[in-house]
Design a protein around this ligand. Structure first.
Ligand code: FBP
Length: 261
């Protein structure tokens, strides 16, 4: 059996917390950044001091700020701004070889499942999986169902479909949104099979408790962990939140789930 290509990104209990910072491209600096977190160095410092399992950058930020082997790196090799309107498509902007030469031990790629341009992204990702596996590094798929055909992108049947797409197309890990409860998220985890499941963070929740409860539900469902950005680096005390996340992801702490209304 093939060895687990994600192992570099996993803690001793096989779980993981990745720190994502590609929102400058995806959303623009005025949407997400403040005086502190506009500086990529601030995120590198959080990643290092908070002992995150890995950083996720686009190649430009990685080239200029990645601190080398102190923390593993995933380079997102496609991306788009939010300026164009219409059916979403995100094309490759960096090769697997380039990513490796910058120091990446994994590559990430977003697929907008359900978009009218889905086939372009599926085909590009297919070639990326081939390249990444040739170098024995993981290809991680951010799978976000989106476009006019998708009425609700967090209903359980859509999220589990996203997870399954990842397994079927050869992703070593899939990054998906939370369904809102551990039972339905467990179906998504099972649908992903041996592909690791990471929860995508989303906009910062006003109360830490709400985010920690989501994370607890995700871990209870059997996920590998989180790939989170805004909830951490928009937090006034990111290292304090990081400790609380580690309690849940690495130390098995669970928070009571509130039944959906
Ligand atoms: P967040 O935790 O900040 O949501 O980051 C996760 C992420 O997948 C980023 O990697 C990416 O930039 C962003 O979400 C995409 O968000 P959107 O849902 O707006 O496409």
């Amino acid at each position: 059996m093939a060895s687990d290509r994600m192992k570099k990104f996993l803690g001793p209990n096989g779980k993981s917390i990745l720190l994502a910072y590609d929102q400058g491209l995806e959303h623009g600096p005025s949407a997400d950044f403040n005086e502190k977190n506009v500086d990529p160095q601030y995120i590198v410092d959080i990643g290092l001091k908070g002992n995150f399992s890995g950083l996720v950058f686009q190649k430009g930020v990685a080239e200029k700020y990645y601190p080398g082997g102190k923390i593993p790196l995933i380079i997102k090799i496609n991306g788009k701004s939010n300026l164009p309107k219409g059916e979403p498509v995100s094309r490759q902007v960096c090769t697997v070889e380039e990513a490796i030469s910058i120091g990446a031990s994994g590559v990430g790629y977003t697929i907008y499942a359900g978009s009218e341009h889905e086939s372009i992204m599926l085909a590009e990702f297919g070639a990326i999986v081939r390249d990444a596996h040739k170098h024995d590094i993981p290809a991680i798929a951010w799978i976000y169902p989106r476009g006019v055909a998708i009425k609700n992108d967090i209903v359980p049947e859509i999220i589990s479909y996203a997870a399954r797409i990842g397994l079927e197309i050869g992703a070593d890990a899939v990054k998906i949104k939370y369904t809102g409860d551990p039972k339905t998220f467990n179906w998504a985890v099972r649908s992903a099979g041996k592909a690791h499941v990471f929860m995508s963070g989303g906009p910062k929740t006003p109360m830490d408790e709400d985010f920690l409860r989501q994370v607890s539900g995700v871990m209870e469902a059997g996920a590998t962990g989180l790939a989170v950005g805004r909830n951490v680096w928009q937090h006034p005390e990111p290292l304090k939140l990081a400790e609380q996340l580690k309690d849940v992801v690495f130390r098995g702490k669970r928070l009571l789930q509130v039944p959906a209304k």
